[in-house]
Design a protein. Structure first.
Length: 407
């Protein structure tokens, strides 16, 4: 009997490792989590089991950081990864790349864990939510290009808005990879920075259909958006995580479109109301001003009559004043001529003109009135009406001249 080849443990384990890893490079396994542990290294260690067997599994930190939940014992999951052999112990294990909860109970648990974690990071804080722009011009829409949601949004905007521009970023809204596409579309619209507000959502459906709006990539993209976002997932009862992170939640896509144009319509109505009030006030004011102008016109007409009358009175007074001044001038001229005649008659020159002369002593200015003041030989100065003469007294006769009575 030929002896079998003897292998070392290391060699045998190496051969088994190559066999396993070469033939089970991609596997998907469903099972229940057991013996879960999360040491400080950040790796997850657990067992996947069914009612008969179990398989050891490991999920390294680089993969579990992308999970939206923390695995727990008893949770039904689908694990995807590849098979490997842990050489140090010779144990077969599944190296997990991704985990997905199975069943509504497990999904709901994962959802609540994600919701609590995001809330702890402040993604749901009301204080960070921004108001919608009052007058949006460009509206970005992230939804399916073939679903009813985009048609409802466009119908509302056409009916209730005018001059609005819509940027549609079509994405799948359910199924594998939908969350990543939705998040990418939100980021793209922010990069282009053309939209004033974003509507992100879809029509109604089952919880499984709406699940993409509960995933972490969508929540992170909404939180990071610089453009205000309305979440418009078509459901009424439960809030998705997208609803909680968004700046405003609308129950349907149609309601989201109405919210976008609400401020515009309210303002237009307010402007119409103010325009009507202003028109009425202006009409009333103009009527009052017309009445006041008419009254002022009547008063001005009366004032013009009074001004004309006053002008006539002033002209009459001017004529009377001119007449009075002329008469006064004529009277004054006559009185002046009379006074001048009288003054002229009293003038010594007039007396001289009648043949008299004024005698003064030589070198003196005082007229000689009495012959007794003279002596023979006294020099005299004689002034006549025309010219003067020098004389010498040759005789002095001192006698009084008496006035003879008139016959």
């Amino acid at each position: 009997m030929e002896s079998a080849t003897i292998l070392t443990i290391s060699r045998l384990v190496g051969l088994l490792k190559e066999l396993v890893e070469d033939n089970f490079m991609q596997v998907a396994v469903s099972g229940e989590i057991g013996n879960f542990s999360a040491p400080a290294s950040g790796h997850y260690y657990f067992a996947l089991k069914d009612d008969r067997h179990q398989l050891r599994a490991v999920m390294f930190r680089m993969h579990n950081r992308a999970l939206g939940f923390i695995p727990q014992n008893g949770m039904e999951v689908v694990a995807r990864g590849h098979m490997s052999l842990y050489a140090q112990r010779g144990e077969l294990q599944l190296v997990v790349d991704s985990l997905q909860p199975c069943g509504l109970g497990s999904q709901q648990l994962a959802l609540e864990q994600l919701r609590a974690r995001l809330a702890g990071e402040g993604l749901f804080d009301v204080s960070r939510k921004r108001p919608l722009p009052a007058f949006p011009v460009t509206i970005g829409v992230v939804t399916s290009a073939t679903g009813a949601a985009i048609h409802d949004i466009l119908n509302v905007l056409r009916r209730r808005g005018s001059g609005l521009r819509v940027l549609l970023c079509p994405v799948p809204v359910q199924g594998d990879g939908a969350a990543a596409r939705i998040a990418e579309a939100i980021n793209d619209l922010n990069c282009h920075a053309q939209a004033d507000v974003l509507i992100v959502g879809r029509g109604g459906g089952s919880p499984e259909d709406l699940w993409a709006f509960n995933e972490e990539p969508v929540a992170r993209a909404i939180f990071a958006s610089a453009i205000p976002i309305i979440s418009a997932v078509g459901h009424e009862v439960d809030f998705t995580i997208a609803d909680q992170v968004a700046d405003l939640r609308a129950p349907t896509p149609s309601a989201a479109a109405e919210l976008v144009v609400k401020e515009r319509r309210e303002l237009e109505g307010h402007v119409d109301h103010l325009t009507l009030r202003l028109s009425r006030q202006m009409s009333s004011r103009l009527a009052l001003l017309r009445e006041r102008i008419a009254g002022l016109g009547r008063r001005l007409q009366g004032g013009l009559h009074r001004v004309a009358s006053s002008q006539r009175q002033v002209q009459d007074l001017l004529r009377r004043a001119e007449s009075a001044m002329l008469a006064r001038r004529q009277e004054a001229a006559a009185r002046l001529r009379l006074a001048a005649g009288r003054l002229d008659s009293l003038s010594p020159l007039a007396t001289l003109g009648r043949g008299y002369a004024i005698a003064t002593g030589a070198g003196k200015k005082t007229a000689i009135r009495d012959a007794a003041e003279l002596e023979v030989g006294t020099a005299l100065h004689l002034r006549f009406s025309r010219g003067s003469a020098e004389a010498v007294v040759t005789a002095v006769v001192s006698e009084c001249f008496k006035e003879k009575p008139l016959d």
